[in-house]
Design a protein around this ligand. Sequence first.
Ligand SMILES: Nc1ncnc2c1ncn2[C@@H]1O[C@H](COP(=O)(O)OP(=O)(O)OP(=O)(O)O)[C@@H](O)[C@H]1O
Ligand SMILES: [Mg+2]
Length: 456
Amino acid sequence: MPASQNLSRVLIADDQPDVREALRLLLKGESYAIQTVDSPAAVLAALQDRDFDAILIDLNYTRDTTSGAEGIDLLSRIQAVDSRLPVIVMTAWGNVEIAVEAMRRGARDFIQKPWENERLLSILRNQVDLSRALQNADRLEAENRLLRVRGRPTLIAESKAMEPVLDLISRVGPSEANILITGEHGTGKEVVAQTLHAFSARASKPMVTVNTGGLPEGTFESELFGHVKGAFTDARTDRIGRFELADGSTLFLDEIANVPLKQQAKLLRVLEAGEMERVGSSKTRKIDVRVLSATNADLNVEVSQGRFRADLLFRLNTIELHIPPLRERKEDIPLLATHFLRGYATRYRKPLAHFDAAALKLMSEHLWPGNVRELDHAIERAVLVGRDDVLHASDLGLAGNRSGPDASIEEMSLEEVDCLLIRKTMARHADNISQAAEALGLSRSALYRRIRKYGL
Ligand SMILES: Nc1ncnc2c1ncn2[C@@H]1O[C@H](COP(=O)(O)OP(=O)(O)OP(=O)(O)O)[C@@H](O)[C@H]1O
Ligand SMILES: [Mg+2]
């Protein structure tokens, strides 16, 4: 084929021969040069050989036919080879969650099988055109711009219930006071911490965040205070800790209730003295940090039950800032939803959509146990699955809230059972991650990751 030099090259990967054949036939009349392969390894080999304009990959191959793990893994390998190559993923019907996960990890679009020919062609055409039009430099510039916008905290709060919160933020933000931010999961504690930092005289330096709830046991001290070479077996070089990194700036201690008592004592000593030593070193360093902390637990209860030190609480909560759950500030829902919609429509290059009346009603009636994060994820999903520029209630994926108390286990997916079990165990242990993790036989960080994943 003499003209093939100028054709757009598309690579197709699927382990099923009939799928490869159907796609080949479909694309044959469309002036693409097509190459098909049947495994992730063959994809990587093909990418070594030549450049492509787009690649269409199945998410499930023979090793494991439903989880999508192989496809997600392949996606990141492709990105490592060529981050600019548009990847379109194919999933089975009803497997939207995996498609959403792939999009979060950088897939440009997705197609559900069995596909509609027209839709597949238009998605492919868009991606190929886009990749041809955008020079590498243009894309980098565009992505940088996006990142810069995302880096700035946006705090949307126009409801009555948020008035006292905003008022307090503007009054204590510029001060040096240590502030404890409380509120359920996903209410915006981190956004509030960033806003407080942005208001402060320390704003020219970046805020340093430590997810104390997610730190594996045993690394706490070295993460926070750093270590010197030889302090323990794995300490091959000196390492600077978060406290030193935050010197002159703000340190944000997230999930503070999950710090074990022994480490609480160390934290307290550093906060009281304003100085610390790296692990394995006797040299004392002065540090100047303002500490913001956050928790979804009631620290007074934790103190009364002996799980949190009263003197540490006293250090942390010079001011306490409580963020109400989303269900108590429903006026903010349409504003937040529109904000997320704009962001995702841009990020995923979808036509800017709006909500229909039923979607708005459903959002205002839903109780949002995962608060703003749950709303954020619901909108991301809706943008990805929505077929036109109006988002419908069904796109939100809220109706199938089957992990409620009445759902029968037989009807639930493994993930839903997992989620339900974690929710119940957390409730039984008053949201104490350490205790719930022990009861579930998981490490704290493994439990923490699941809580994040399910937006609990
Ligand atoms: N008022 C708000 N305006 C805009 N975006 C918000 C607001 N509140 C929360 N968000 C967004 O919702 C998501 C969850 O917020 P954030 O991570 O701050 O919650 P959190 O309270 O720290 O949750 P967790 O307890 O699970 O750590 C983030 O993507 C954040 O940007
Ligand atoms: Mg948080």
